[in-house]
Design a protein around this ligand. Structure first.
Ligand code: 13P
Length: 273
C-alpha cells in the first residue's frame, strides 16, 4: 500500500525566526501524531539550517524547493543535491511550475522574456532528477501540471504525459517505483480554486498510467502521486480519499500550523487513529 505523503512547500516565505516559530507550532500539533503518514516541510534555502535544528527528534522531514544538476563548480546561485543533503534535506521538489515560469496568479511585471528565462523546462527537470538519483539519499518530488489555457484547449492529458515522460527520460527502471510525483494544475496554485477531487484523481491517474506505459504496471502501482493546488483543511479529506491521490503538496496552507496539521489529519491512514 502506498504511504500518504503530505509536504509543505513554503515557497519564498519565512525568515529564520518565522521558520523556527512555525516548526515549533507544527511540532506541538504533529509530533507523535504522524504514524502512517510521511510529513515534510520545504522552507527556503536560507531557513534550512534553522529548520534542521528545530526538527531534531521529530518525524517531520526536511526538503529543498529546487536543486541544480551539477555537483559543484562555477554555477553562481545554484544549490547541488549534495548541498541539500548536507543541509539535512531528505527530499527535494523538482520542476515546480513557478521555477518553470508558469504561474496560477498572473505576475504582470514578469514579461514574456523574463518568464522564458525563469529557470526550469522539461530538459532541466530531467537532468535534475538524474542528478538527485545519482546523489542518493534525496526523495525527489517531481511536479507536473497544465496551465488554464492548456486545460481550456483540451490539452491537459497530453501536457501531463509529455512532462511526465520528459522527466523520466533515461531514468533506470529500478529507480522508478520509489518516485513521488505531484500533479499541480497551474491554475489552481495560489488561486483558492481547487481542482474538483474527481478530476484531480483522474489526472493523477494519467501520471500513473504514463509511468505504467514506460515502466510497467508494478512501477505504476508503486509510484506515489500527490495533488497540489489550493489544498486546504476543508478540501483535504475529499482529495486524499481518492484512489489515485497519495498525498498533498501544500503551499499557502502549509504556512499556518493549524491548517497544515488539519490536512495531515485528513490523510486516510490517520482517520482511524
Ligand atoms: P497553494 O497551496 O498555495 O495553492 O500552492 C500549491 C503549490 O504550489 C504547492 O507546491
Amino acid at each position: 500500500m502506498r504511504k500518504t505523503i503530505i509536504a509543505g512547500n513554503w515557497k519564498m516565505n519565512g525568515l529564520r525566526a518565522d521558520a523556527a516559530a512555525l516548526i515549533t507550532d507544527l511540532r506541538a500539533k504533529l509530533d507523535g501524531n504522524t504514524d502512517g503518514v510521511e510529513v515534510l516541510v520545504c522552507p527556503p534555502f536560507t531557513a534550512l539550517a534553522t529548520a534542521e535544528e528545530r526538527l531534531k527528534g521529530s518525524a517531520i522531514g526536511l526538503g529543498g524547493q529546487n536543486t541544480f544538476w551539477k555537483e559543484k563548480g562555477a554555477y553562481t546561485g545554484q544549490i547541488s543535491p549534495s548541498m541539500l543533503k548536507d543541509a539535512g534535506c531528505t527530499y527535494v521538489i523538482l520542476g515546480h511550475s513557478e521555477p518553470r515560469g508558469r504561474f496560477g496568479v498572473p505576475e504582470p511585471d514578469f514579461t514574456p522574456e523574463i518568464l522564458a528565462h525563469f529557470g526550469d523546462c522539461d530538459a532541466t527537470v530531467n537532468r535534475k532528477l538524474k542528478a538527485v538519483l545519482a546523489a542518493g539519499g534525496l526523495q525527489p518530488i517531481i511536479c507536473v501540471g497544465e496551465t488554464l489555457s492548456e486545460r481550456q484547449a483540451g490539452n491537459t492529458d497530453s501536457v501531463i504525459q509529455t512532462q511526465t515522460r520528459a522527466a523520466l527520460d533515461g531514468i533506470a527502471p529500478e529507480s522508478v517505483p520509489a518516485l513521488v510525483f505531484a500533479y499541480e494544475p497551474v491554475w489552481a496554485i495560489g488561486t483558492g480554486e481547487v481542482c474538483e477531487a474527481g478530476e484531480a484523481d483522474r489526472v493523477c491517474g494519467v501520471v500513473r498510467s504514463t509511468v505504467g506505459e514506460l515502466y510497467g504496471e508494478s512501477a505504476a502501482d508503486a509510484v506515489r502521486v500527490q495533488y497540489g493546488g489550493s489544498v486546504k483543511a476543508d478540501n483535504a479529506l475529499d482529495l486524499l480519499s481518492r484512489p489515485n491521490i497519495d498525498g498533498a503538496l501544500v503551499g499557502g496552507a502549509s504556512l499556518k500550523a493549524g491548517d497544515f496539521a488539519a490536512i495531515v489529519a485528513a490523510a486516510p491512514e490517520r482517520q482511524s487513529v
